[in-house]
Every structure is written in C-alpha cells, then in structure tokens.
Design a protein around this ligand. Structure first.
Ligand SMILES: C[S@@+](CC[C@H](N)C(=O)[O-])C[C@H]1O[C@@H](n2cnc3c(N)ncnc32)[C@H](O)[C@@H]1O
Ligand SMILES: [Zn+2]
Length: 330
C-alpha cells in the first residue's frame, strides 16, 4: 500500500479518517500494517501490501479461487493479443480516454485484465475486489508504479466521496446480491463532471433455453475446490464437441450454446491451448458464482437517471453497457 492512498481512504463503516500504523515496509510501500479509524476505532489490516476491509471469507470466494488459479490467462500481456484492450475500448465508447494523471477506480478488478489496460493508458489506478483476486491482481501488475490495490466491498467502499475522475465496473454487477444497490454505490465515488462506466449481463427471454441456467442451481453452492475438478472433467469431455458443433456452417455459433462450456473459437484470436484454458476459466466463472442476475437496458437506464447522472448512454454489445456523467452541481 502506498502511503499517499491514505489521502482518499476512509473508514467504510463510519466514513471518518484512518490512521496508518506501518509495521513492515518494502520498496517504499507498506507490506504489513494496520489502519485504524480515528473515530469508531475499528482496525483494518494491511496484508501482503493490500489494505483489507472485508472478512477473509465471503460469497465471492469462488472468484478468489478462479483468479488465483488463472492469474494471467486473460491479461493482454500474457496472450499477446489486445483482447482486454478492445473490450475496454468498446465499453468506454467514444468517451475521452485521457487517463494520464487521473484517478481511476476499477470496481471488481479480478486478476486485473482491465486494470492493466487502464494503467498502460497512464491512469492512477485503484483496483478493488471483494475476494482474494486482489492478490492475483497485485502480483500481476505490481510493476506499474501507479497501481493501488484494495480488498473491499462495493457496498461499503472505503474512499472519501468524489475521489475519482473515472469509475468503471465491468463483469461485476450481476454477481452481487443486490444489483441495483451495487450500481447505486458507484456515483458517490465520482468527482463532479466525472464519468461512470458499467456493464451487466443482458436479461433475455432466450436465457431460459441456456443450459447454464439449468445447471447453476446445482453448482453454485459447491465449494470452489470441489467444483473445479468437476468443471475440468466437463470441459475435457464437452469442449471438443462444442468445437465440432461450432464449425458447422451458418448455425454452428448458435448450436454451441446447447453445450454448457464456453468456446471462443472465431470470437477471439487465441491458439487452441489458450482456447481450452479460457474454456476452463469461463465455464467455472459461469457455474460457480453465488449470484448471476442479468438486467434489462430499461432497468440500467433508469438507475442512471435515478442517480441524477447526465449524458446517459445505454447500449447492447454482448453485455449491456452504460455510461453517465456526474453533473457539476450534484
Ligand atoms: C467475473 S469477475 C470480473 C473481474 C474483472 N472485472 C474482469 O472483467 O476480468 C467478477 C468480480 O467481481 C468481484 N465482486 C463480486 N462481488 C463484489 C463486491 N461486493 N464488491 C467488490 N467486488 C465484488 C468478484 O470477486 C470478481 O473478482
Ligand atoms: Zn470508523
């Protein structure tokens, strides 16, 4: 943890100032220490360079398992392809991507594929996740001097109001227990004139035909270390079938939805080894989360409006993507 992060940190409970007791420092950062709220006196540990504001076990443990198991899989620096970058640019749309020197918040960073993109564009980044994915993100990106990683809950973010020039939250909202409440926790983080970017799984009638939603009731409660070998066996058996189906002209892409294994052939420029690794990661990502709550475009737009954001844009590009700007007067 960089000491200057204290300028924007606050107690997630009573929102007052925190004092830092550094116990061990390395490379100019706090490796181990404690943050104590000067008002309510709660203590939050700093462990392995990361301030921790949540219990070490929580509903997102599956994500902690997944992102530590597949720490580098989806990072552009690992695949050598600008997949995360393109995904990020689609989500930012035509918004000005002038990140240099700006404070940017990545909510639900996972292993940091989006963080890597934002950092490489010069952002002063704060990457937050509820799970032990923060350890994977830190390990992956610690060579960027502008990186800060914090383990915290979207519902109780430990930052002073209006600390950020840009806030994004990709691949996260549908995996929280109350999606509306999670969304509505974000605008408070924006400075006046700053923009919020989110995405969410689309709520479609077709979802009822997707085997993913038939299997999830049985898999979502299985502890990650027990579910993982099951998913490994599934992928080993079903991935070749999905590849064969997917190659059928015209209807192949649609047919492979019948197989509950993720297959990105023809979507991302990955080698067969990478496709298999992504299939394993994303099939686990599909079956393990406790929460999976898709939303409609209308609902997402309404939330932006209820939060008083302006220049709202909500559109479909695989996911439903939304932008909005905090007015100067809010
Ligand atoms: C599907 S992953 C997406 C990770 C990353 N944004 C990406 O696109 O690669 C969802 C992430 O949301 C995090 N998450 C879930 N609930 C959260 C919460 N209440 N607060 C913060 N992060 C949360 C999970 O731990 C997980 O790492
Ligand atoms: Zn406090």
């Amino acid at each position: 943890m960089k000491k200057k992060l204290l300028n924007i940190l606050c107690c997630p409970d009573c929102r007052n100032t925190l004092a830092l007791l550094a116990i061990k420092e390395a490379n100019g950062e706090v490796e181990e220490g404690e943050l104590q709220c000067e008002t309510c006196k709660k203590i939050y540990p700093v462990l392995r360079f990361i301030p921790r504001f949540v219990p070490s076990e929580n509903y997102a443990d599956n994500f902690g398992f997944q992102w530590n198991q597949f720490r580098k899989t989806q990072l552009d620096s690992h695949t050598g392809k600008p997949i995360a970058r393109d995904r990020f640019l689609t989500r930012y749309g035509d918004a000005l991507l002038d990140f240099s020197g700006r404070m940017v918040l990545d909510v639900g960073c996972g292993a940091g594929r989006n963080s890597e993109v934002a950092l490489s564009m010069g952002a002063n980044l704060v990457a937050v996740d509820y799970s032990s994915a923060v350890d994977a993100c830190w390990e992956n990106l610690r060579s960027f001097p502008q990186l800060n990683v914090v383990q915290a809950d979207i519902y109780h973010l430990p930052f002073k109001a209006a600390s950020f020039d840009s806030v994004y939250c990709f691949g996260v909202l549908q995996h929280t227990p109350d999606v509306e409440k999670a969304f509505k926790a974000l605008p408070a983080q924006l400075k006046a004139g700053a923009k919020l970017f989110v995405d969410v799984y689309p709520r479609l009638l077709l979802n009822i035909f997707w085997p993913k939603y038939w299997i999830r009731p049985f898999t979502k409660g299985i502890p990650p270390d027990r579910l993982f070998p099951i998913v490994q066996s599934m992928v080993k058996f079903l991935f070749p079938i999905s590849i064969a189906l997917g190659r059928i002209p015209y209807i192949g892409r649609k047919l492979r939805y019948a197989i509950p294994v993720l297959n990105y052939e023809g979507i991302f420029p990955l080698t067969m080894t990478q496709l298999k690794e992504w299939a394993l990661l994303d099939t686990f990502d599909m079956l393990s989360p406790h929460h999976d709550h898709p939303q409609s475009e209308t609902t997402l737009r309404r939330w932006f409006e209820e939060e008083g954001l302006k220049d709202i844009k909500v559109f479909r590009s695989g996911f439903i993507i939304g932008h909005g700007t905090k007015p100067e007067s809010l």
